[in-house]
Design a protein around this ligand. Sequence first.
Ligand code: PHE
Length: 347
Amino acid sequence: MMEKVPQKIKSMRRKIEKMEQEAHILIEKAETQEELNNVRVKYLGRNGLLAQLLKLVPQLALKYRPQAGRLANTLKRKLGEALRGKYDLLRKKKEENELRIDITMPGILKELGSIHPVSRTMEEISRIFMNLGFKAVEGPEIETDYYNFTALNIPEGHPSRETFHTFYLDNGRLLRSQTSPVQVRVMEKERPPLRIVAPGRVFRPDATDASHSFMFHQVEGLAVDKDITFADLKGTLSVFVREMFGQEIRMRFRPHFFPFTEPSAEIDISCIICGGSGCRVCSFKGWLEILGAGMVDPNVFGAVKYDPEVWQGFAFGMGVERIAMLKYGITDIRLFFENDVRFLRQF
Ligand code: PHE
């Protein structure tokens, strides 16, 4: 005959079964180690549900107590195992996530910059002359009156200083208004023969508009040797003009005045837009002025102690922005200096 089992141990057994089911569901659901630990504390912690259950054991009849203890211990062991298993699983998952490299993900595109159109044009100009045997050099942007003017045959009070309007600094120096002082600096240091180009910034206090900027760039050129003639200047510049603008371009020399060259000329090219028939870009003249040049004045040689009876030379200077504007069809010089990427991206 089956012994009648009292209510209390029955209800304890039911409680333990229910607790086991619930605990397994929670362990299953736990997605992080932290969540899992909360489940452990809830059931197996010092004040957890299992501990509370064990407190009820003394209320049972003596003969049922061992049975109740066994049930509770079994639950403790089972939950412990389930928790450990899940803990290992979560740890593995975490490690896998940390290691995972998804080779199907699109790469991270690095934004590429581009060379500024002024730099690009300046390099292109310099490169053409370097291919003709000229060496590229640089000079300071802050200059003295001597290098920017005096040594270039522009004495104090000379009216031609006015054409090179200048920013003066408090310390008596100035921002160079042309790259021509580099001619003097090179000749002071080196003995002829020499052929140099000097690209760089120059500054003039002009009001800013579509064709003027207080800062712009020039490329200076200088060749000194024995028996250099005006024909060498013409030949050199005609190679430059064709390389820069195309083989069909024509060139003309107009008499001009520069204090540091004699004779001097301004050089025009046939309009690269209309070919010479006249259009808005060339103001219906058919010609575009692109540079100044001439034979080095004997007074400049005198300032650097070259004997003008032995050495001759030619020099030229051109505005880089103007050439870039003509070449790329840019109508406003300010576009070069506003840093608008929509403009710069086109180069
Ligand atoms: N320095 C002159 C200018 O800025 C250009 C030039 C250079 C002319 C060399 C002749 C010789 O206008």
